[in-house]
Design a protein around this ligand. Structure first.
Ligand code: FAD
Ligand code: UDP
Length: 380
């Protein structure tokens, strides 16, 4: 009955299913373990009528018009540029740390000296990784680097990952570099926003096609098996000759034969407050205070109007096999383990892997979509 089976109704699986159904005109079955579509982007209206993200707030951003245009077929946008403030020495300063943060934190002559040195060394409009700045020979910039490292990165990263910044792949902390500019936006991409009526609505629109059949509340292993000797796939007990597009955890697909790939987890605590707004920005970071890392206010992000407001506090935690996998942990040992799985996957011509869990990569939404579209274009 089906030409393709997609495991996982997160963004990656949904993009694949949508393309197969609308462009190839083939029949697709999507199998999803959770009771809803959208994976970690899933949102809903809570009992106070506020649109909230179950797995943490998601702001869409991309430099690519193609990706923005693709999603715009399925949603209108609330045009929103994400702003984040961080608590540093009793002040609220822009994060990523930038020339405005320096202006707020240091006396005027010190701020001017630090800013002009940054501009001279790196050029206005550029960025520098905090670990790179720590290597500088200039005494003033070294002071600044140590200050930002201690006040912005060290404790936040320890809470988030249980690790020091230098123990993680530099790409993680490099997501939030020091910017030599006065641009306070968290992301610098041209296209930014959130779907006007939420991600879940957008994703339902993407799946609204006669060629797509969705099974919720179903672990794929209940209905589909992969024989690792013959590489044969069975769906509902019958041989399946089509292609399997797999967006779940790669180690699970291969029965954890090379060991488990670890993830970092999150516990999100929601609170509705009986006033119009709670805080000054969409998200506030608490690097050095509290057990949680950040507080986000949904209405600041979605633009929704209401007399009450819902906030989300993020408490990082370890992640067990059956917990929701939030963040892959890109450390050398894990990358090597992932590469063993990736190598093994090459022996399975009928299985296509894509997405954050199958690629064990820290993809943002635009990257997940780009990967899926690229794989689709290369031919399934
Ligand atoms: P997922 O969303 O994880 O979807 C995978 C799906 O597969 C899930 O629904 C899962 O239930 C299903 N599945 C897994 N195993 C099985 C199985 N055995 N059987 C059946 N189904 C299965 N990106 C941004 O661009 N901006 C942001 O602001 C942003 N914020 C984020 C905040 C947090 C807390 C997190 C964790 C991520 C954030 N992201 C953000 C990244 C974004 O969530 C991902 O890029 C995107 O969700 C990846 O989609 P995916 O389909 O690859 O993975
Ligand atoms: N980070 C930090 N302090 C901050 C912001 C970020 O130490 O104020 C580090 C931290 O290690 C974090 C990483 O940079 O995990 C990436 O931050 P980002 O906001 O991109 O994380 P995400 O939104 O993906 O959770």
């Amino acid at each position: 009955m089906f030409d393709y089976v997609v495991v996982g109704a997160g963004l990656s699986g949904v993009v694949m299913a949508e393309r197969i159904a609308s462009q190839l005109k083939k029949r697709v079955l999507i199998i999803e373990r959770r009771e809803h579509v959208g994976g970690n982007t899933y949102d809903y209206y809570n009992e106070d009528g506020i649109l909230v993200s179950r797995y943490g707030p998601h702001v869409f951003h991309t430099k690519l018009k193609e990706i923005w245009g693709y999603l715009s077929q399925f949603t209108e946008w609330h045009h929103y540029q994400h702003k984040v403030l961080g608590h540093v020495d009793g002040n609220l300063v822009p994060i990523p740390f930038n020339l405005n943060s320096i202006k707020i934190l240091f006396p005027k002559p010190v701020a001017e000296k630090l800013s002009s040195k940054l501009i001279n060394f790196f050029g206005y409009g550029n960025k520098v990784h905090v670990l790179e700045l720590k290597e500088t020979k200039d005494e003033d910039l070294k002071f600044l680097a140590d200050y930002v490292y201690d006040k912005v990165f060290l404790n936040f990263t320890h809470k988030q990952w249980g690790l020091r910044p230098e123990e993680l792949d530099v790409s993680i902390t490099g997501r939030v570099p020091i910017y030599i500019s006065y641009d306070d936006r968290y992301f610098k991409d041209e296209f930014q926003g959130v779907p006007k009526f939420g991600y879940a609505r957008m994703i339902k629109n993407m799946l609204n096609h006669n060629n797509i059949k969705l099974m919720l509340n179903t672990d794929y292993r209940e209905v589909l098996t992969v024989n690792h000797l013959t590489k044969q796939i069975k769906l509902f007990g019958q041989p399946f000759e089509g292609k399997l597009i797999y967006t779940g955890k790669i180690d699970e697909l291969f029965d954890f034969c090379f060991g488990e790939l670890p993830y970092r987890g999150l516990e999100l605590k929601f609170e509705t407050v009986n006033r119009e707004f709670y805080q000054e920005a969409g998200t506030i970071h608490f690097s050095n205070e509290y057990e949680f890392t950040r507080v986000s206010e949904m209405k600041r992000i979605t633009g929704q109007k209401s007399n009450v407001t819902t906030i989300i506090r993020e408490f990082p935690k370890d992640c067990n096999r059956n917990d929701i996998p939030y963040y892959p942990i890109p450390q050398q040992e894990n990358i090597e383990k992932f590469n063993q799985y990736k190598e093994k996957a090459k022996d399975y011509p009928n299985i296509i892997l894509t997405g954050r869990l199958a690629d064990y990569k820290y993809y943002d939404m635009h990257a997940s979509i780009l990967m899926a579209l690229d794989k689709f274009k290369k031919g399934l």
